[in-house]
Design a protein around this ligand. Structure first.
Ligand SMILES: *[C@@H]1O[C@H](CO)[C@@H](O)[C@H](O)[C@H]1NC(C)=O
Length: 229
């Protein structure tokens, strides 16, 4: 059968071949609380995930809870959810279950960018949360689980439906940068590289080649911080 230009166009649309962009030295600013501002990310997920690592940087003065990275499927809106409960606590939801991490009190009171890497491995169920290159004590959940690859991935909100259901009181007011996802658990050396803004290859979500779409009031802006190297 001959392939018409139209069917190629439709095929390209189905494959989600939208343009990608290098966002190095850029940040997404979420300037106000809102129930519609969000960044939607596309990732080439093809099979169930039995391990992953997500890394990102964020900056906020919020003391209430907010969604940072929300990976919803049609069956489970909290398939993966990285949620900041309060300035000293993170929660990771996975396949509907959850674990919490209480952070050590920070030295000094100044707020600053916080770098996170969170990983999970189905074989052990262990979750590793790295905050500014510091590994918190590991905890576990959903041993043996596989994450559904048909996902809607959102930054700055918590999805309570597939691709929506945002709650203004769980929205990020602040900034996000350097978002990456891999389909494996990064080693300590790799986390250190990512923290130092070096590249670790073969990511599913790549800040330097990002397939994204913003909705609502989100501003892509240069950051005020300087590269450390
Ligand atoms: C958000 O929080 C405010 C203050 O607590 C409350 O009045 C409002 O009803 C909440 N909105 C939603 C959608 O939950």
């Amino acid at each position: 059968m001959a392939i018409s230009p139209l069917s190629l166009l439709v095929l390209a649309g189905l494959l989600g071949s939208s343009a990608t962009e290098d966002l190095q030295k850029k940040v997404f600013v979420f300037p106000t609380a809102s129930n519609n501002a969000a960044v939607f990310l596309k990732a080439p997920l093809r099979r169930p995930l039995t391990s992953f690592t997500v890394c990102l940087r964020s900056y906020t003065l919020l003391t209430r809870g907010y969604g940072l990275f929300s990976y919803a499927t049609r069956r489970n809106y909290n398939e993966i959810l990285l949620y900041k409960v309060n300035p000293n606590e993170y929660s990771l939801y996975l396949g509907g279950s959850t674990v919490s991490f209480n952070l050590p009190e920070k030295q000094g009171a100044e707020s600053d960018w916080e770098h996170l890497c969170v990983s999970w491995d189905s074989a052990t169920g262990l979750v590793e949360l790295w905050v500014d290159d510091h590994l918190l004590p590991r905890v576990g959940l959903k041993k043996g689980y596989a994450i559904n690859p048909e996902a809607s991935i959102v930054l700055g909100q918590d999805q309570d439906s597939f691709g929506g259901g945002f709650d203004i009181n769980q929205s990020l007011v602040g900034e996000i940068s350097d978002v990456y996802m891999w389909d494996r658990v990064l080693s300590a050396d790799e986390v250190n590289l990512v923290w130092n803004d070096h590249r670790v290859d073969n990511s599913l979500i790549d800040w330097r080649d990002l397939d994204y779409e913003t909705r609502g009031y989100v501003v892509l802006h240069p950051p005020f911080f300087q590269a450390t190297d």
